[in-house]
Design a protein around this ligand. Structure first.
Ligand code: GLU
Length: 417
C-alpha cells in the first residue's frame, strides 16, 4: 500500500496532467515549501512535533494542528498538501499547511496539555502569524487549545493577536458557527449532491440510511444535521467501537450523554424507536462495511483500502476525514459505480469557517451565526458547481475534478511568481 503522501502525490500528478500544468511548475507544487521538525518538552516528557508549510502561491499558509499518537511526517506532509488543494478549491486567498504532535493527549493532565500547546507555539512562533501561517484545530485539538496558542503567541509578539489562529472559542475572539462549520459544510455538499443526482441515485432506503465513522467535532455535528433533516443515522462510532441501531439512532440523546460524561456510554444504542433497542455493537472496521446508502468516514486516513474495498456496500461515500480512501481502493469502488465525494470538497466547510473567523478577528467585528453559516453555504455551493463543471467537461470522478479545479488556481498563481 502506498503511503498517505504518495497517494496524495498521485492525485496531484493526475490533476496536473489534465490541467496541462508544465513539469517544472508541477515539481514545485509537489514539494513542501518548508518542513519544521521539533521536540516539545513537557515536564520530563518530550514530544515529537511538526509544521509543514506546503505552498503559499494563493496566500498565507493555512491548516490545522493534529494531536495524535500515530502522527508522523509522511502524514503531516500529505495533510499539508491536501490543505493547499482544499483552500484553492474553496476559493480562499490561502495556501496550505498542517501541524502535528505525536501524543496521546488523553494521557495528559489539563496542565500538561496546556503546556504542550504553549510549547508548540514557543517553538515556531517566528514562522507563523496572521499574514504568514494561521493554524486551526484538527483531530485531537479544539478551541481551548487554540485559545492557549493564541494567548502564547500574543505574549511572544507583545500584543493581542487573535487573527494568528482560527477555531478559537467565541469568548476569545472565535467565530460563531466555526465549531459546526466542517459538519455543516459536509451537509451542504451532500445536499447539493443529492439534489444534482435526483432520482438517478440508487438510494435503497427512504429516508436514506447513513453510517458515520468518528464522533468528534466533525462526525457529531454532521450526525446532528442529518438527524435533524430526516436522514436515518443507523450507525456511529468512536475509538472504542461502533453502535448499530436498525431503526435509527437518536443523535441528540447521544450528544447529551457525551456532553455530560465526555463519552458515548455503552451498552445503549440510543434507539429512536419506542419499541425497545435492537442494538448491535461491533468494530469500526465493520461499520465501514454496512449496507447503508451513505457512508461517512469522519475519523482518520486510509480506512478504506485494498483490504476492505470488496466488502464496502455504500452507494455514496462522503469523505469528512482527510484522506480516508486510498487510491487503489478508490479505483475499484468508482469502477463499481460508488460515488466518492472527496475530502477537499466535503470537509472544506471547516477552513471556509476559519477564513470568516480570520476576517472577523482582523477587523475585531463579529458576525451572527446565521450570517456565518449562510456565507459558508454560498461558498460551498459555488465550489460544488465548479467541480461539477469540470467533472462534466472531462468526464472524470468527483475527486479528480476537485483536484483539477484546485490545481488550475494554484498553478496559475505559482506561474506568476
Ligand atoms: N483542520 C481542518 C481541515 O483539515 C481545518 C483547517 C483550518 O481551518 O485551517 O480542513
Amino acid at each position: 500500500m502506498s503511503t498517505f503522501f504518495e497517494n496524495t502525490q498521485k492525485l496531484v500528478e493526475e490533476a496536473a496532467r489534465i490541467a496541462q500544468v508544465p513539469g517544472d511548475v508541477l515539481a514545485r507544487l509537489q514539494k513542501p515549501d518548508k518542513i519544521l521538525e521539533f521536540k516539545i518538552q513537557v515536564g520530563s516528557k518530550k514530544f515529537q512535533a511538526w509544521r509543514v508549510q506546503h505552498n503559499n502561491a494563493l496566500g498565507l499558509y493555512k491548516g490545522g494542528i493534529r494531536f495524535h499518537p500515530d502522527s508522523n511526517l509522511d502524514e503531516v506532509k500529505a495533510l499539508a498538501s491536501l490543505m493547499t488543494w482544499k483552500t484553492s478549491l474553496m476559493g480562499l486567498p490561502y495556501g496550505g499547511a498542517k501541524g502535528a504532535v505525536k501524543v496521546d493527549a488523553r494521557a495528559l493532565s489539563a496542565g500538561e496539555l496546556e503546556e504542550l500547546s504553549r510549547g508548540y507555539v514557543r517553538a515556531i512562533w517566528q514562522e507563523i502569524g496572521p499574514q504568514k501561517d494561521v493554524p486551526a484545530p484538527d483531530v485531537g485539538t479544539n478551541s481551548q487549545i487554540m485559545d492557549w496558542m493564541t494567548d502564547e503567541y500574543s505574549k511572544l509578539v507583545g500584543h493581542w493577536e487573535p487573527s494568528a489562529f482560527t477555531g478559537k472559542s467565541v469568548e476569545k475572539g472565535g467565530s460563531r458557527g466555526r465549531e459546526v462549520a466542517t459538519g455543516f459544510g459536509g451537509f451542504v455538499i451532500l445536499r447539493e449532491f443529492l439534489k444534482f443526482r435526483n432520482s438517478k441515485l440508487e438510494i435503497r432506503n427512504s429516508p436514506p440510511e447513513v453510517a458515520i465513522q468518528g464522533f468528534g467535532n466533525v462526525g457529531s455535528n454532521i450526525a446532528k444535521l442529518l438527524f435533524d433533516n430526516g436522514f436515518r443515522v443507523v450507525a456511529i462510532s468512536d475509538s472504542k467501537g461502533a453502535l448499530y441501531e436498525e431503526d435509527g439512532i437518536d443523535i441528540p440523546k447521544v450528544l447529551d450523554v457525551k456532553e455530560k460524561t465526555g463519552i458515548i456510554e455503552r451498552p445503549r444504542c440510543y434507539a429512536v424507536s419506542s419499541h425497545g433497542e435492537t442494538c448491535k455493537q461491533f468494530t469500526n472496521e465493520e461499520l465501514l462495511e454496512l449496507s447503508v446508502d451513505i457512508l461517512i468516514p469522519a475519523a482518520l486516513e486510509n480506512v478504506i483500502n485494498e483490504a476492505n474495498t470488496e466488502r464496502i456496500k455504500a452507494k455514496v461515500i462522503l469523505e469528512m476525514a482527510n484522506g480516508p480512501t486510498v487510491s487503489e481502493a478508490e479505483k475499484m469502488l468508482v469502477g463499481r459505480g460508488v460515488e466518492i465525494i472527496p475530502d477537499i470538497l466535503a470537509n472544506g466547510g471547516g477552513v471556509v469557517g476559519s477564513y470568516f473567523e480570520w476576517l472577523q478577528s482582523l477587523e475585531q467585528k463579529y458576525w451572527g451565526e446565521g450570517d456565518v453559516l449562510k456565507k459558508i453555504d454560498e461558498q460551498l455551493v459555488r465550489a460544488f458547481q465548479t467541480v461539477l463543471e469540470i467533472k462534466n467537461k472531462y468526464n472524470i470522478s468527483w475527486r479528480t475534478a476537485s483536484f483539477v479545479r484546485a490545481m488550475e488556481r494554484v498553478a496559475k498563481a505559482a506561474t506568476k511568481l
